[in-house]
Design a protein around this ligand. Structure first.
Ligand SMILES: O=c1[nH]cnc2c1ncn2[C@@H]1O[C@H](COP(=O)(O)OP(=O)(O)O)[C@@H](O)[C@H]1O
Length: 231
């Protein structure tokens, strides 16, 4: 069983029975719900171009002088200066997992034999971008901390490092005493497309954040006046 709550999907077609994930209260708004599609609905949009991205995470308890966190969650800095998840466009006729694996090799030097192969059980959700005719599939993949750290270390040897991607980051999952430093401040970065909402959804599905914590997080992120060194 995965953080996505399911198991036993062996091929792309199996995902057609996958329901919509539960959406955190703060994202349960019309604009988000309109874009979220079940895999079956998304696959029926044959003229949309698919892309797949992955949120790698690993359980890891760390108590630092800035805050405490229970998981390492990976995002990366992209060529355009925004944060997003590793992954990319799937070629016409290509299996989604094959395309995702190809992209991850290019961007992260990901090696399924070392870092754990991604399976359809790791599928989380799909969203459409109507004006770009895109369907964006998100996978949420739990690694061991050893696998996660190996992926971080390998990333600088990837073919696309310094071209399409400028390094992985661990998302700071705590909120500092000033109620802004850490995750609220991180959320005020620029994110590609719906990646910020995908991050919040992934943290909710994994069980790292509850509805109440997400509400508070968004309030704190919006409340930049609490930051001592605001720009
Ligand atoms: O983390 C993400 N979440 C959701 N959408 C993303 C993310 N990263 C990129 N995208 C979107 O996916 C599409 C493909 O972008 P990407 O740069 O990953 O593909 P590529 O590596 O094949 O060029 C773009 O429209 C981009 O806006």
């Amino acid at each position: 069983m995965t953080a996505n709550g399911r198991s036993g999907y062996s091929c792309m077609d199996d995902l057609k029975s996958h329901p919509l994930p539960s959406i955190p209260r703060s994202l349960n708004v019309r604009s988000v719900k309109r874009e979220m599609k079940t895999f079956a609905e998304a696959s029926a949009l044959s003229f949309y171009k698919p892309a797949a991205h992955v949120c790698f995470w690993a359980p890891c308890y760390k108590n630092t002088m800035f805050g405490t966190y229970n998981a390492a969650v990976m995002m990366h800095l992209r060529f355009d200066g925004t944060f997003g998840f590793p992954g990319g466009l799937i070629n016409r006729g290509e299996d989604i997992l094959d395309g995702l694996t190809r992209e991850l090799k290019e961007e992260l030097a990901y090696n399924p034999a070392v870092h754990k192969p991604i399976t359809y059980d790791d599928y989380h959700s799909s969203r459409i971008v109507e004006d770009k005719l895109l369907v964006l599939h998100l996978f949420v993949v739990e690694l061991s901390m050893d696998q996660f750290v190996s992926l971080e270390k390998n990333a600088t040897s990837a073919e696309e490092y310094g071209v399409e991607v400028f390094g992985t980051v661990r998302v700071p999952l705590y909120t500092m005493n000033n109620k802004y430093g850490g995750l609220p401040a991180f959320l005020n970065n620029r994110f590609i497309g719906c990646a910020k909402q995908e991050l919040i959804m992934a943290l909710f599905s994994i069980g790292i954040l509850t509805d109440d914590q997400i509400d508070e997080l968004i309030d704190n992120a919006n409340n930049m006046k609490l930051a001592p060194n605001r720009m």
